[in-house]
Ligand binder design. Structure first.
Ligand code: CDT
Length: 345
C-alpha cells in the first residue's frame, strides 16, 4: 500500500545581520503558505533560519552573541519564533527548523526541532554533531570564518530517529508489529549542514530504518581558507564544486541508506558579502534528485514521495541484517583520526 507524503524544502535567500527578526519571520510565513497551497504536509527550513549565519563573525559582546540564540524548549512560545509555529499548527503542516539554542546552563548548540501539527508540539530535537571550522578566526582578514567551534558545543543527543504522526493515512500503530517493517508512521531523522558530509550519522539513522532525512544548511560558495587551496578556483568554479559536493552527499547517502532526503539552504549573498550556495533538493532512495531549487532566493522545493520506495533498498541491496559485517568495522568506533599503514622498507 502506498505511504505517500507531500514534502517541501523552504529555501531561504540571505538573512542579513541587519535584517529585523520580524521581516525574517514574515518571509518564513510566506514560504509556509506557499508550501501549504501546494498541499505540503511537512516543510523543512534551513540551519539557523531565523538569523544571519552569525558564526562567520567574531562577536565580542555577549549580549550581541546572545541575540542570535533561543531557548530550545521555548521555541513555539518565544515572541521571535512563535508566529511560525502558530501558523504551522493552524495550517496543519509539520515543520522542522534550525536555530541557535542556548540551554538553561548557558551552553550553546546548533540545533533543529521537529514540530508536529497533529500534536501541536515539538516532538524531536537534534543538536549538530559535526561542527566545522575553528575556535579562532583565520589570520587572513579576507577569509570567511566558520567559528562554530567557538559558539557551539558538539551535539550530545546522538542521531535519534523518530516517528511522525498524522502524515500517512492508515499507518500501523503499536500492537500491529506482525505487519512487518515499513508500515507505521514515517521514520525521520534530522542532521544539520556539515553532518551531511559524514557517513556515520547517515548509517546510524539507516540502522533505525530511517525513511526521510531532513538537513538544513548554510554552505559558503567560496571559502578557500576553509575548503583548502590545493586547486585554485574562481569563486564561480568553487560554487559549482560546492553545489556538486552537496548533492553528491545527499544523493549517495540517501541511496546507501535507502531513504529520501530533504535539504534546505540559506542561500545568496548574506550580509552583502558572504556567498552561500543554493541547491536545496529532495532525493530518492535510489539516489535521484526528485526536485531542486532553481535559484538562490526564497523558494519552495516540493515533491510527493512514497515511502514504500524505501523498501526495495532496505530489503535487497542494503538489507543490513543480512549483509552488514560488524566484526570487520571496529575501527569506526575505536579510532577518530587516520593512522596510516607503516612505511615500506
Ligand atoms: N554550516 C556548515 O556546517 N557549513 C559547512 C562548511 C564547511 S567548512 C569546511 C558545510 O559543511 O557546508
Amino acid at each position: 500500500m502506498p505511504r505517500t507524503i507531500k514534502i517541501a524544502a523552504a529555501q531561504m535567500g540571505p538573512v542579513h545581520i541587519t535584517s529585523p527578526r520580524t521581516e525574517v519571520i514574515t518571509r518564513m510565513l510566506s514560504l509556509l503558505h506557499s508550501a501549504s497551497s501546494l498541499g505540503a504536509q511537512l516543510v523543512l527550513f534551513p540551519e539557523t533560519a531565523f538569523t544571519t549565519f552569525f558564526p562567520r563573525h567574531l562577536i565580542a559582546s555577549q549580549a550581541s552573541l546572545d541575540s542570535y540564540f533561543e531557548h530550545g524548549d521555548n521555541l513555539p512560545s518565544s515572541p521571535n519564533t512563535k508566529p511560525l509555529f502558530d501558523a504551522a499548527k493552524e495550517l496543519g503542516i509539520d515543520i522542522s527548523v534550525g536555530f541557535a539554542e542556548r540551554t538553561e546552563e548557558g551552553e550553546g548548540y546548533n540545533a533543529s526541532v521537529y514540530f508536529s501539527a497533529e500534536k501541536g508540539a515539538v516532538i524531536a530535537k537534534y543538536r549538530k554533531v559535526h561542527l566545522p571550522g575553528s575556535k579562532e578566526p583565520f589570520e587572513n582578514p579576507d577569509a570567511v570564518n566558520q567559528l562554530e567551534k567557538r559558539y557551539f558545543q558538539p551535539g550530545n543527543l546522538g542521531f535519534k530517529a523518530f516517528r511522525t504522526p498524522g502524515l500517512v493515512a492508515g499507518a500501523a500503530k503499536k500492537g500491529s508489529e506482525e505487519l512487518g517493517a515499513g508500515k507505521g508512521d514515517p521514520i525521520m531523522g534530522m542532521m544539520i549542514c556539515n553532518d551531511r558530509r559524514w557517513a556515520e550519522g547517515w548509517r546510524i539513522y539507516g540502522m533505525q530504518g530511517v525513511e526521510v532525512v531532513l538537513c538544513g544548511y548554510n554552505t559558503a560558495g567560496f571559502a578557500p581558507d576553509l575548503w583548502g587551496t590545493r586547486k585554485v578556483m574562481t569563486p564561480e568554479e568553487a560554487e559549482v564544486d560546492a553545489v556538486f559536493h552537496h548533492k553528491l552527499v545527499m544523493q549517495s547517502n540517501s541511496y546507501m541508506n535507502s531513504c529520501f532526503s530533504v535539504s534546505a539552504a540559506k542561500a545568496g549573498l548574506e550580509d552583502g558579502k558572504y556567498d552561500l550556495i543554493g541547491g536545496s533538493c529532495i532525493t530518492s532512495p535510489e539516489g535521484h534528485v526528485l526536485a531542486e531549487a532553481k535559484g538562490k532566493g526564497d523558494e519552495i522545493v516540493f515533491a510527493e514521495i512514497d515511502l514504500e520506495d524505501c523498501r526495495q533498498g532496505k530489503e535487497k541491496t542494503f538489507d543490513f541484517e543480512r549483509h552488514r559485517r560488524i566484526d570487520q568495522y571496529g575501527l569506526i568506533t575505536e579510532q577518530t583520526g587516520v593512522v596510516e599503514p607503516e612505511l615500506l622498507p
